[in-house]
Ligand binder design. Structure first.
Ligand code: ADP
Ligand code: MG
Length: 236
């Protein structure tokens, strides 16, 4: 186990692409796989849907943070406070999963640093692809980040078949980013935010996503091949 922490941010300016779904299930999966590590889920969405559903899983090794500590009075993200928080967590070996609200802009990602992961879910729909295209373009030209470039991974979501994957591959082929595995459409993934007395809805979703999140774990913790930057889309 590497002692260095990992920060994984799920973002896209577009809502409804799966940021909350994948980050929610990803945080629980990574918590279970990295059983010697502390996990923190940061929900920057003021609706805090994930916080309500994740509350019952919190313990000494799984903690959650609401957006309130990281918002300024004008509703903007307090990047300074968040950067400071994440620096401490990285140093202490935490894995931190950050769920960004819709309508976030690339300039809201100034807290993301070298070695961090920026996961950008998108479906194969025209509207999602167009929004993701614009978001990525701005993210890639935004040089305020200087040298601290994170790993940027487009995550195809709600994928039914290889035709959907081809649409996404074609849309992003000339972007210098990584392309993740398809996350399939599954009714069980829609039921994770329900409040129930038992956890069967979440267990079913975790089971359905287990191979996917094993892959995500290997991207975050291993695989030199997944870290080689290229000027074109690299499938990982
Ligand atoms: N792979 C999937 N299969 C089925 N439903 C999904 C999947 N991904 C997301 N959804 C559903 O799509 C909607 C939007 O997902 P959500 O994760 O809230 O997106 P975002 O956080 O990007 O706004 C939700 O109703 C969610 O349940
Ligand atoms: Mg969301």
């Amino acid at each position: 186990m590497s002692n260095l922490g990992r920060v994984c941010v799920f973002c896209n300016s577009k809502g409804g692409v799966g940021k909350s779904t994948i980050s929610f299930l990803g945080s629980l999966s990574l918590y279970m796989i990295e059983s010697d590590r502390q996990t923190t889920f940061v929900d920057l969405d003021s609706q805090a849907t994930s916080i309500t559903a994740l509350q019952k899983f919190t313990n000494s090794r799984f903690t959650i943070e609401t957006c309130h500590s990281y918002m300024l009075e004008n509703g903007q993200l307090n990047a300074g406070a968040l950067t400071q928080f994440l620096t401490g967590r990285r140093r202490n070996g935490y894995q931190v999963i950050v769920d960004m609200p819709a309508a976030s802009r690339p300039q809201d990602l100034l807290f993301v640093g070298e070695g961090d992961f920026v996961f950008i879910p998108t479906s194969a729909s025209d509207a999602d692809i167009a929004a993701t295209h614009t978001f990525l373009q701005t993210l890639l030209v935004d040089d305020r980040r200087g040298k601290t470039s994170p790993f940027i991974v487009v995550l195809p979501n709600m994928i039914d078949d290889d035709e959907d994957m081809q649409i996404i591959r074609r849309a992003f082929w000339d972007f210098p980013v990584f392309l993740g595995r398809p996350f399939s459409y599954n009714r069980d993934f829609r039921k994770i935010f329900r409040s129930r007395n038992d956890d069967t809805n979440i267990l079913r979703a975790l089971q359905a996503g287990s191979e996917y999140f094993t892959w995500m774990h290997s991207v975050i913790y291993g695989g030199a091949e997944s870290r080689t930057r290229s000027s074109r889309l690299t499938i990982i």
